[in-house]
Design a protein around this ligand. Sequence first.
Ligand code: NDP
Length: 248
Amino acid sequence: MPSLQDRIALVTGGARGIGRAISLRLARDGATVVINYQKNETAAAEVVAAIADHGGSAVAVQSDVSDSAAADGLVRQTVERFGRIDILVNNAGIIRDGLLVRMSDDDWDAVLNTNLRGAFACLRAALRPMARQRYGRIVNITSVSGIMGNPGQANYSAAKAGLIGLTKTAAREIAGRNVTVNAVAPGFITTELTSGLPDKVKESILGQVPIGRFGLPEEVADAVAFLVGEGSGYITGHVLTVDGGLSM
Ligand code: NDP
């Protein structure tokens, strides 16, 4: 029997990049996956179809997680439709890079609202049903930028560092209900988010990565699958880096 058989998983931003790889992986492990997207309906439909082609089960649900009411609605719809929510992966994220001295309030707010407040809102909405069912696995996708800092990413690093604090506090608050809350901190992973980096920046990053290459979305999905899988029920409040050694 697949390890996540009968589990209901919600992946925010689950249609592209790392989120797509997580959706495909959780479905492969037997979960029914609610794939949240904000704008890209075509990508979401493609992932749902790919999962169905392999005998899995998935639905796509539009929602802007930076809006608390919409995030609440996303979790509520999941529970109404499937009767429970076992796994929440807070993956949705954006960047609005720029040096701190020139960073606008809008760029700060946009990144904090999506990357931190969105995760908070989904997490808060999922805690009650998970506590009631005495089971839950939550994974927040943070970043090495939240651990090490990164020039040009004050907003992003602050949001991702905040996500680590949120992970540890939620983990402590809910641990007694058999709900774990962990974070995965990717380094540089090949997705649309990083494809726009100038070649010079990419070369300089690679020079700092001991493994000497960018990571794959599937390698982040492997870490998520481990943290939501059967063997990790005693792991909570942990930040698992998937960064080729960059942050050690
Ligand atoms: P992509 O830009 O490829 O994908 C981002 C996803 O987030 C899209 O599916 C997008 O949906 C969704 N999204 C953005 N804003 C919202 C919103 N308000 N509500 C719902 N969904 C939203 O990014 P990656 O796959 O590279 O990144 C995924 C996560 O991993 C992010 O949290 C990112 O910070 C983190 N990360 C990525 C790294 C990398 O190197 N790529 C490194 C470290 C962390 P839609 O397409 O519908 O707009």
